[in-house]
Design a protein around this ligand. Structure first.
Ligand code: EPZ
Length: 421
């Protein structure tokens, strides 16, 4: 299995350019199923989750052209099947977006249950609740979700989510787009990638309002036509680089960001002593001297993102004093990386939903293993900080969501080698 060998201790200096948002791309690409015509999508990150989604779409009959390194022209006009290849569907979580997209386009879908990072129980009951409210007859087996019109047919409906769920919000938006009538999603998630999906669909002729608030309205339309769209920069990739510089010390210009999306992350790093200078589409991060402890509670957007939990935990593990990190989205997320960090010398006590982190002067290199995408990213940051060499195994998880991580980090002065075995 491929692994990273990281020699720690280098400050990070220079400029890094952020790629398109993974969690927007894996929603926007299947959303092209709703469009009869060519969708030209820019700023598509070259990561394995995107490559798998494109493979699924090509298997279904989509035509895909690569116009430039991160520009794809996707034409789903001739898609002929509502049953995506289960072998690929099971490789990632976002495959479940095919349910909503295929239901909207074909009024049926037969999709295997998704795979992806298993750092917590990740039910899809809210997605199913949405499909049923839209009039679908839902047949859930051990491995599949089969959708078809119920006795009254498919039409818009009012859906109040019991949990703020990004996936369910995205799936219901897609499912409702081409159905007759009005759909209202209450208690909707507000993440930037939901707004990006709604903007993409509206560019193609959909009629969606309220994305980014807790109430999203979708007025069904007959058909969506092709068009051009650019995916937003990845808030979590950018946050990962900010946390890396915070931990190693340094001075880096992080460009291709949306400042508003970063404030929930930079405000917490600022409390730890990190300085930021914001520009229109960039932020400079300056970190000198030892980080200070702080308290963080993860929350759905616009709160501190759960996907940044493991990265800020590394910063806390070398900060002066005792930090507290409380997880409010996925209770068991700590277990994906805290044991690994402890093997590098971190002092982390997990009590229920809260980790109490007693900062240490430094970490020591070790052989560690990524158990999910963001846990893996945190172990890379720990390796950049640690004295000596750190080997990170299972890097396939990391490369699901970070485009050219080694190249981008080494351009900033890191010393990471990618070894095939
Ligand atoms: C999305 O996952 C992201 N993945 C995750 O990012 C991210 O951690 C998460 O949103 C929260 O922001 C993608 O966008 C592909 P949820 P998702 O539905 O949609 C519960 C990464 O690292 N829930 O918002 O699966 C659920 O258990 C990945 O990029 C239900 O109870 O998350 C959780 O506690 C990891 N029933 C909470 O809601 C449901 O039907 C939030 O989950 C759905 C969710």
């Amino acid at each position: 299995m491929a692994r990273y060998v990281i020699t720690g201790g280098n400050r990070l200096e220079g400029t890094v350019t952020i790629s398109g948002a993974k969690n927007a791309a894996v929603a926007i690409l299947p959303a092209a199923i709703l469009v009869k015509g060519k969708c030209r999508v820019e700023n598509v990150p070259d990561i394995s989750d995107v490559r798998i989604m494109l493979r699924i779409l090509a298997d279904l009959g989509a035509k895909i052209e690569y116009e430039a390194p991160s520009t794809i022209i996707l034409d789903c006009t001739d898609i002929h099947s509502s049953c995506p290849n289960p072998e690929y569907v099971r490789k990632m979580r976002a495959s479940y977006y095919l349910m909503g997209a295929l239901l909207s386009r074909f009024h049926e879908a037969h999709v295997a249950l998704p795979g992806g990072c298993n750092f917590a129980a990740r039910p899809i009951d809210q997605h199913i609740k949405g499909f049923a409210a839209l009039g679908a007859d839902v047949d859930e087996t051990e491995d599949y979700v089969n959708l078809k019109p119920g006795p009254k047919g498919l039409q818009g409906a009012k859906i109040s989510l019991d949990v703020v769920s990004v996936g369910a919000t995205v799936n219901i938006i897609m499912a409702a787009c081409l159905l007759p009538g009005k759909t209202v999603i209450e208690n909707a998630a507000k993440e930037p990638h939901i707004v990006d999906l709604a903007n993409f669909l509206n560019t193609m002729g959909a009629h969606i309002s309220g994305a980014g608030t807790d109430t999203v309205k979708i007025y069904g339309v007959e058909e969506l036509k092709g068009g051009s769209y650019a995916i937003i920069p990845d808030q979590i990739e950018a946050g990962t680089y900010l946390a890396a510089v915070a931990a190693t010390g340094g001075n880096v210009l992080v460009q291709n960001i949306i400042p508003k999306h970063m404030e929930c992350i930079t405000s917490k790093l600022q409390e730890m002593g990190v300085q930021f200078i914001y520009y229109d589409d960039a932020v400079r991060v300056i970190s000198d001297g030892r980080l200070q402890h702080t308290t963080v509670k993860t929350r759905p957007y616009p709160g501190f993102p759960t996907d940044m939990q493991s990265q800020i935990c590394v910063c806390m593990s070398i900060a002066e004093g005792i930090s507290r990190l409380t997880e409010s989205v996925y209770e068991t997320r700590f277990f994906g990386y805290c044991t690994e960090l402890a093997s590098m010398g971190a002092d982390i006590l997990i009590s229920g939903k809260t980790a109490i982190i007693s900062g240490r002067e430094n970490l020591s290199g070790a052989v560690v293993r990524a158990h999910d995408l963001r846990a893996g990213a945190a172990l890379v940051i720990a390796g950049l900080v640690a004295q000596g060499a750190t080997e990170v195994e299972n890097i396939n998880f990391i490369e699901r969501g970070y485009e050219r991580l080694v190249e981008k980090m080494n351009a900033l002065g890191a010393d990471i080698k990618r070894l095939e075995k």
